[in-house]
Design a protein around this ligand. Structure first.
Ligand code: GLN
Length: 203
């Protein structure tokens, strides 16, 4: 039946391609069974079932989002319930509030949390650690932290999925998922699989 075929179809998941590690997310999504595509313009955003906001530099990404006329369309789709997954800089973009924003730094919002940028130290303090993430087990994921933010505080509706060193590094609020670390840089695609499942469930 046509309907059944529709349900079986790989979800079309975009990767916001303004800046950051887009290619790695496209590959991880494909490995997790999604149909990935790049998203730069509002019409491309309108076509996808879910969106990944990659790691990179959150101030640059937010300025490019304004320049490309993407900030409001992103806010609207996230508010309307489109599944979205942000890694590192992407986590910062999903925060309702940044503790230490650069001037002119905007966010998309979607997760009721306050984040601290570069909380784990600067580039030369990047590191890897085993992180237990609720719902993606069994076993920890290899967390790659690069100038990573952490979540300073969360609102009542936010589920904490993982902590590292006493700090929150993975959260979910309804349709929005975010991690401080970069699963797209490892061979472990469980978080992309988890997100792909979120997109399927939202159909
Ligand atoms: N520190 C960066 C920022 O503020 C994020 C780093 C990353 O995405 N790897 O955007």
């Amino acid at each position: 039946m046509a309907g059944d075929q529709g349900a079986a179809r790989s979800p079309l998941i975009g990767v916001l391609s303004l800046q950051g590690d887009v290619r790695e997310h496209l590959a991880a999504l494909a490995a997790a069974g999604a149909a990935p595509t790049t998203v730069r313009r509002p019409d491309e955003l309108a076509a996808v079932e879910g969106l990944v906001i990659p790691g990179g530099e959150s101030t640059t990404m937010s300025k490019l989002a304004v320049l490309f006329g993407m900030l409001e369309p992103l806010r609207e789709r996230v508010r309307a319930g489109m599944p979205v997954y942000g890694t590192c800089a992407g986590l910062i973009l999903l925060a309702e509030k940044i503790l230490d924003p650069r001037s002119g730094q905007e966010t998309v919002g979607g997760i009721d949390m306050i984040v601290r940028r570069n909380a784990f130290g600067r580039q030369n303090e990047s590191f890897e650690a085993a992180v237990e993430v609720a719902g993606v087990g069994p076993g920890p994921v290899d967390g790659v932290f690069i100038r990573a933010p952490w979540v300073e505080s969360v609102g009542a509706g936010v589920e904490v999925l993982a902590e590292h060193g006493g700090h929150v590094v993975a959260v979910r609020q309804g349709n929005a998922l975010a991690t401080s670390f970069h699963p797209e840089l490892t061979g472990d695609h469980r978080l992309h699989g988890f997100f792909t499942q979120m997109v399927r469930s939202a159909r």
